[in-house]
Write a protein that binds this ligand. Sequence first.
Ligand SMILES: [Fe+2]
Length: 343
Amino acid sequence: MMRSILLLSLIGLGCGQAERAPESTEKREVNVYTHRHYDTDKDLFAAFTQKTGIAVNVVQAGDDELLARLEQEGATSPCDILITADAGRLGLAKSRGLLQSATSEVLLASIPAHLRDPDGQWFGLTMRARIVAYDKTKVKPDAITSWADLTGPQWKGKILVRASENVYNQSLLAAMIAHDGPFAARAWADGIVRNMARTPKGNDTDQLLALGEGLGTIAIVNSYYVGKLMASDEAEKQKAKAMIGVAFPTIGAHGVHVNVSGGGIAKHAPHKAEALALLEFLAGEEAQRLFAEGNKEYPVRPGIPMASELQAFGTFTPDSLNLEALARLNPDAVKVFDAADWR
Ligand SMILES: [Fe+2]
């Protein structure tokens, strides 16, 4: 029943022309290629199967590997949905022609417009902010309100941040370029390089641990890493956990840079109706609650509370820039980082 409704809605949207023979009605399944590797996601896929009877087959690998595999498989690819982190990556998959447009009233109503592709090729499913964690014994809560604040001489030798090859930093810089142009972005990158506590190394969690060890007083990280740190019982994390404060720097007057982890329907998806059903499920209330609590990500769906560990740090106004810009301006961001010698 549900399937026929979905198929009808697809035909209604004018994207029902399949190149292959009609699917077998015996086994309903959906093939997911995902970069995400969280227990939360496994639980969600199991819940989806229980609810719909549609089996979820998962291929888990790195971003580059998944994109290369999709490209190599071409029209014979079994992939129905690509799920990955960062709109920059999702946009890259779109620009390589690996995704297709698809949408539904449920997706449009569940996901704010700036967190999904204007052409319906990918949809943000969880939101994260790039934020500052600081040593609250050394930094005042109101010391950092915008990203530009970090370029002042008072922060010399104090900033911990990962390498510029990382897409999270590239997307932050791309958002700055979108709002204020490449020259302002270059001035910011130069300022951060001048103030770095060390040559960039490690991932976001490593920056938080370095903060705990006193190697710097400011760490630039994604919000969910702070949420996970605060929820952690691991001994090695307790020092950092005890001394962290959080600031939500804005890009000038444009709000706080946010990004998504999300999914899109693969160009040659053999099970498009099932893929759309899974995307709708992941944007639904049950899934959004689990993403928020289980993985400390911000729900994209309005009205779902954030994780308790993050509530303590307060709320912020997200930048409403359509995240499609992050992929489009990614090459410019990489150039600025190179020019600034941000390794
Ligand atoms: Fe991450």
